[in-house]
Design a protein around this ligand. Sequence first.
Ligand SMILES: [Zn+2]
Length: 460
Amino acid sequence: MIIRNGLVALPGEGDFRRASIRARGERIAEIAEGLEPLPGEEEIDASGLLVLPGAIDPHVHFDEPGFTSREDFLHGSSEAARGGVTTVIDMPCTSLPPVIDLAAFENKLAQVAKGAVVDFALFGGVSGHRVSDSLGSGGAGAMAALAPKVVGFKCYFISGMDSFTRVTHDDFTRVVAEGARLGRPVLLHAEDLDYVTAAASRVKAERAAGRRSADSGWDDYYESRPEAAELAAVAAALALAKGREASLHIVHVGTSAAAELAHSAGATCETCAHYLAFSREDFASKGAALKTAPVVKGRGEREALWSLLAAGRIDFLASDHAPSTIAEKETGDAWSAYGGIPGVGTGFPYLYSEGLARGRLSLPRFLEATSGAAARRYGLDARKGAIAPGKDADLVLVDPARTTRIEGARLLSKGRITPFEGMELAGSIVATYLRGRLVYDGSRIIAAPGTGRFLSWGYA
Ligand SMILES: [Zn+2]
C-alpha cells in the first residue's frame, strides 16, 4: 500500500511535510517525497489531507466481561477507530472478575479479543481486598505473575466499587516498590478519601438543614471533591513513593497544581479532553452528561491544564472512556448519577481541533500527547507511537478543510450521552488504518471483530 502526497506528521518535526508512505504488510517501509506506486500496489491519494499517527488512548473502561450493559470491546473499539485511535489500553477494575491475577487476565483476554477492531493492551490491578495476594512473598505474588502480560498496575485511593477496593497508604508504598521491581508503572486514581468522605457528609447535612442555595445539586457534588482533594492525594502518593516516583503515573488529572507537583517530582500524569473543555460552571447546562470521577474543576483550571500539556508537564491525553446505561446516567440526582462518559472517539478529534489547529499545542507536542509519550510509557514504542519506518502502519487521514459536529447519536459506543454534544470541531477523519489495513473509512467500520491484536510490554 502507498499513501501518496499527504501532509505527514513526522516525530520531532515542527510542521507537516509533504511525503508519501509505503507500507509493506503491517509496517511502514518507506517515507519519502515522490515515491511511485509499484505494479499492483494499492494506491491512496492523500493530496490535501493530513496523515497523522494513529492515536493511543491509554485509559479506557470497555467493561468486558461483567459490565457489558455499559460497554464492550466491539462497541468501544469501533468508537476508537471512528475517532482515530488505533491502540487502547483497558483498565482492570471495571470487568468481572477484576484483572488482579493471571486467571482473571486469561479469562478477560479470551473474551475481549473476539470483539476488538483496534489493537489493545491491558492493565493489571491491585485491589485493597486482595493486596497480600498481589504482593505475595518472595517475589511470587499476582503482580509478578501478571507483569509479562500487562503494561502497568492500577490502584485507587478512593473507590466506589465493591469488586475493586481502595489501597491504604501502607499498601500503596509496597505496591509502588513491587511495580518498580517489576519494571511496570503503578497508576493511581488520586483523590483523598478522608477529604471526600467528610466533605460529602458535611454538604449533605447542610443541604438537609436547608443551609445551602437552591441549585440543582451539582455545586454540592463538586464541593465534595474539589481541587484540594486531588492535590492532597497526589502529594501523599509522592511522599509514599519517595525514591520511586518514576514508577508512578497519576491518571485523569483535572487540577493543574496536582499535575505540576507530579511532574516536578518525576512522576508522569495524563489529563482528559473533558478537563480541557469544561469546568464546574458547565453543570448548569449539561448536568449528568458531564459527571466524571474526578469531577471537572473550576474555570481557571482549563487554561492552566492546556499550558501544562503544551509544555510537556502533563505527559499525554487519555479519555477515561467510561459510558453507562441511560438509566444509570439520568437518575435526576447529582450524587447517584453514573460518574463516567464515553470519550475514546472524541478525544483525538477534540485535541486536533482545539489544540493543534488553534495553535495551543505545537505539532510535536500534539504527537507526543496523542501517541508518542504513551507508547514509551507503556513499553509499546518499538512499533507504536509515531510514523517511522519499521513501526506499524497505524495512520489517520484527516481533512483539515472539513469540520466535524459531535453528535451522541452517532457514536459507535454503547454510551451516547456526551458533554461534547453539538460541539463543532475543525477537521474530519476520513480514514483510519491499523497495521496497513483500513479499519474505518470515514463513515463506517470496515474491520471485522477480532482484527485488533493484543499487545504486551515490549511488543516488537
Ligand atoms: Zn478510569
